[in-house]
Design a protein around this ligand. Structure first.
Ligand SMILES: NC(=O)C[C@H](N)C(=O)O
Length: 334
């Protein structure tokens, strides 16, 4: 019988009603009591790490989740983390960087409705996640939600209310779980591991989303407070040069001072390519701005949070940012 550790962190799946609105109250032991049939294929222990609405999740919580898995890694065949959906994609990406080459699966799930309601997706999602975590072919960090299996670096919350909340962005789904069967779309690698845990993450990464006519000096505030800034630009990427202020000049000033700037796009799919337009080419070649390419925003943000405690050297940051980890980037692959 496969042994699974169920880790409770909060989210709607664990919510009960309070005078102030829904808030996480249930323990992972209580969550487990709703999926008794899982006893047919796995033995599950539980641990409560926190009980938070995932709006409140920060890098210190990702480090606590990774540390918990590291402490219990040898005792279990797989891990399931119950988590709120709002920042689940950030957590899945962050854990993909903190726990690499894991031959054992780390499955993140949650729900749009609390588990104790009659009309809920919680019981199916939890049952599917336990089933996948107990599957011999499962490995690495992934999200299981609404029957879909998504690489941890590719998940994005695309619906705020519907059960099909998560999509896999710029990458195929890894598989599906249908009528209690795990169907994998990929051949699994023959050799995996050894697992590698990391123990540091910085919160010093900011994000600026461009809107037409935004004042360029907004960047000064963010760059002054953070080691790295992601700019979510329009289309395949570029920086405006307005009569009232040049984003290019502000970014160039900060990259010369050693700040890391990464260009991402606010377009939902297909990613950046600064080499195409005049507004982007110079930004890359002269101002030294790096690119997210096909990485999701959640991946590029948490990847920078993982890289910066290791190095602030621009060349090294660029090299690590372009390195494929848990399927996060295809563009730089040879
Ligand atoms: N569906 C959910 O889990 C939403 C909740 N606010 C959370 O992210 O914790």
């Amino acid at each position: 019988m496969r042994k699974i550790l169920l880790i409770g962190t909060g989210g709607t799946i664990a919510c009960g009603h309070s005078e102030d609105g829904l808030k996480p109250l249930l323990t992972p032991e209580q969550l487990l009591s709703y999926v008794q049939d899982s006893k047919e294929f796995c033995e599950t222990d539980t641990i409560q790490l926190m009980n938070l609405d995932s709006t409140n999740i920060e890098p210190k919580h990702w480090l606590a989740m990774a540390a918990c898995i590291e402490a219990h890694y040898d005792e279990y065949d797989g891990f399931v983390i119950c988590h709120g959906t709002d920042t689940m994609a950030f957590t899945a990406a962050a854990l993909s960087y903190l726990i690499q080459h894991s031959p054992k699966p780390i499955v993140i799930t949650g729900a749009q409705h609390p588990i104790d309601l009659e009309d809920t997706d919680a019981r199916v999602n939890l049952m599917d996640s336990l089933r996948f975590a107990a599957n011999e072919k499962a490995h690495d960090v992934c999200v299981v939600f609404d029957g879909k299996i998504i690489a941890g670096t590719r998940a994005k919350k695309e619906h705020s209310k519907s059960y099909n909340a998560f999509a896999s962005v710029n990458y195929p789904y890894l598989g599906m779980i249908s009528d209690g069967r795990v169907l994998l779309y990929f051949e699994e690698p023959k050799e995996m591991g050894p697992v590698q845990f990391y123990h540091d993450m910085t919160a010093s990464v900011g994000l600026v989303k461009l809107v037409p006519s935004m004042p360029a000096d907004i960047l000064d505030y963010v760059a002054g407070r953070c080691d790295a800034v992601i700019i979510e630009a329009f289309g395949v990427g570029g920086l405006p040069v307005y009569e009232h202020g040049s984003f290019f000049d502000v970014v160039h000033k900060w990259t010369r001072e050693g700040k890391v700037f990464v260009m991402a796009t606010q377009v939902a799919r297909e990613g950046s390519n600064l080499a195409v337009y005049e507004v982007g080419k110079k930004v890359k070649e002269e101002a030294g701005v790096m690119e997210a390419y096909d990485m999701t925003l959640e991946a590029v943000l948490t990847k920078l949070m993982w890289i910066l405690p290791q190095t602030k050297d621009a060349g090294q940051v660029k090299r690590l940012l372009g390195q494929c980890i848990n399927r996060d980037i295809l563009w730089t692959r040879k």
